[in-house]
Design a protein around this ligand. Structure first.
Ligand SMILES: Nc1nc2c(ncn2[C@@H]2O[C@H](COP(=O)(O)OP(=O)(O)OP(=O)(O)O)[C@@H](O)[C@H]2O)c(=O)[nH]1
Ligand SMILES: [Mg+2]
Length: 267
């Protein structure tokens, strides 16, 4: 009985292929959220000293948006289930998958929200955009129209979120369908777009699996890093806040006793 209870209440260990010990490199230096070779030093130290606060219990919300049939569902399914379906089945509204990682020894989870690209399901899907820490905008590298719609997707996603707090990725899909020459021509435009919207650029294929794991590892790592930095800042502020509170308390005491005196006087 107790065995059953514990096996139900304790999460299984993180999959061995979800362990991140090194910062995965960006895809293109010209369009990266940052180009450092390693995790922020403060983050590494905090993880070593187990000073990551609530990050180990955190689930970061990631939303994947973009035109219909660009391959959002396939991308998530390739990463989470290692499968690929060549038949198109439109996402109606939203779906989500949980992915658990261990980054620098600290558990960290992503909740990956797969949203509908079809216009008629978009209004349902957009109600799930709120509270995203990461926004992934997907486009098809073989379809210039899908790249030109990226700004609209961004605007819709940011309406529901704090634009300064969101980490943005621009992902070109179906790389397997494009010849090297076609691809490199398209990449110029995609890199420009990524720079304009301050997104990190990636190109992937869910059919072959090219760059899929690398991409999600990068997403998890950068989301983790920013969470730990925010936690460190918060605990720093808390310490400063305590000092302020002691000071203001003594001020209050002073003010109270003074007031009391005045009050006594008046009586
Ligand atoms: N060759 C190739 N085909 C792909 C790739 N990714 C997706 N597809 C195909 O593109 C079609 C659409 O893929 P989905 O993942 O369902 O597209 P979606 O963006 O989720 O579409 P909505 O849910 O309608 O927004 C399917 O037929 C997939 O098999 C890829 O990397 N390579
Ligand atoms: Mg879909």
């Amino acid at each position: 009985m107790s065995v059953r209870v514990s096996s139900m209440s304790v999460l299984p260990p993180v999959r061995r292929d979800r362990i991140i010990a090194q910062l995965p490199p960006c895809f293109r230096k010209e369009a990266a959220l940052h180009t450092k070779n390693d995790f922020n030093n403060k983050v590494r130290t905090a993880c070593q000293e187990q000073r990551t606060g609530t990050v180990g219990f955190k689930i970061s919300k990631v939303i994947v948006v973009g035109d219909l049939a660009v391959g959002k569902t396939c991308l998530i399914n390739r990463f989470c289930k290692d499968v690929f379906d060549k038949n198109y089945k439109a996402t109606i509204g939203v779906d989500f998958e949980m992915e658990r990682f261990e980054v620098l020894g600290v558990p960290f989870s992503l909740q990956l929200w797969d949203t509908a690209g079809q216009e008629r399901f978009k209004c349902i899907a957009s109600t799930y955009y709120r509270g995203a820490q990461v926004v992934i905008i997907a486009f098809d590298v073989n379809d210039v129209a899908s790249l030109s719609h990226v700004r609209q997707w961004l605007e819709d996603a940011l309406k529901e979120n704090d634009p300064t707090a969101v980490q943005l990725f621009l992902v070109g899909t179906k790389k397997d369908l494009s010849s090297p020459a076609q691809y490199s021509q398209m990449e110029q435009d995609a890199l420009r777009m990524a720079q304009e919207i301050s997104a990190e650029y990636w190109a992937v294929s869910s059919l072959t699996g090219e760059n899929v794991k690398e991409f999600f590892f990068r997403v998890a790592s950068l989301a983790f890093e920013i969470n730990v930095l925010a936690e460190l800042e918060k605990s720093g502020l808390r310490q400063i806040g305590d000092v302020v509170r002691i000071n203001s308390n003594s001020n209050n005491l002073y003010a109270t006793s003074k007031k009391k005196k005045q009050h006594d006087c008046c009586q």
